[in-house]
Write a protein that binds this ligand. Sequence first.
Ligand SMILES: [Zn+2]
Length: 349
Amino acid sequence: MDALTVRPGEANSAWIEQIDEPAIESGSVLVQTLAVGICGTDLEIIAGEYGWAPPNRDRLVLGHESIGRVLEAPADSGLSAGDFVAGIVRHPDPVPCANCAVGEWDMCRNGLYTERGIKEIDGFCRERYRSDPHFLVKAPASLGIEGVLIEPTSVIAKAWDHIERIGARSVWKPKVVLITGAGPIGLLAAMMGRQRELEVHVLDIVTDGPKPGLVADLGAQYHSTGIKELASKADIVIECTGIGQLVFDILSSTPAGAITCLAGISSGGRTISADFGTLNKSMVLENDVVFGSVNANRRHYEMAVNALAQADHAWLQRIANRRVPLQQWHDATTRGPNDVKTLIQLADL
Ligand SMILES: [Zn+2]
């Protein structure tokens, strides 16, 4: 069958190749991949800047954001042929660490976890794959191909989960959330903020294209300037850009008791001049919290399914707004001005 594979660490090494059917040892459930989403991590892997091949191999099957259809499942798996499923990306480390041992592999402490399509286990960008049922999350059929948004939504569901756990340290009645970056992750964070009936503000540098309208149609407010003013009113900030200066401006502007979740990965290498002493003083005196968040465990995938099931389906279609067939996968690696999330479609619904 066809698969999109790459030699991690080597730029321009991605191509479609014929691979064997998935081995039965890789899981009792056989899944037909319908589509995979392309995100920044995929582009980094294709550029040779990230990713690890499975042990004793030099190529990795790409794709970690997925929606598929069950072809075969054992009777006791809780799944049946025809069910739509998303594959869980991270698998626990073999030791396992204290967190992986209880299914909280998103909090792995020893770094020995594996990740589908990223780190040492083949991904989903192939016609069929196998999985243990424990690493599949059932999606409502009504989500259709937009079920591919389950994985990116799970990442932001974890961010919300941890924000709310931290908020529970005291009496906490948040009203305003600021989200920086209106890419797919920021937009999904805004969607979940509106589902919590919060006043949602989204800041991004662009002033045209689909992002302002997508934000407005959530009942949220779009901004392209004014970070300090916006942060000064935010009970919660979800930072999705990883831009160092923006992070500093947020942390030095938020009001007392604010919770800031850093969910964007910085490219690094850029130095900013900043007064961390003054920042420290205000964070201490205001009980401010800043924390990083990455990945998701099964609970967060289930939260993501619920959030997407409640969302306006037409709005989700505007997020997953470009589809290319597998043979034209290369078209999915370039972003046009109107693209939000590009999918590689492997099969029809
Ligand atoms: Zn672990």
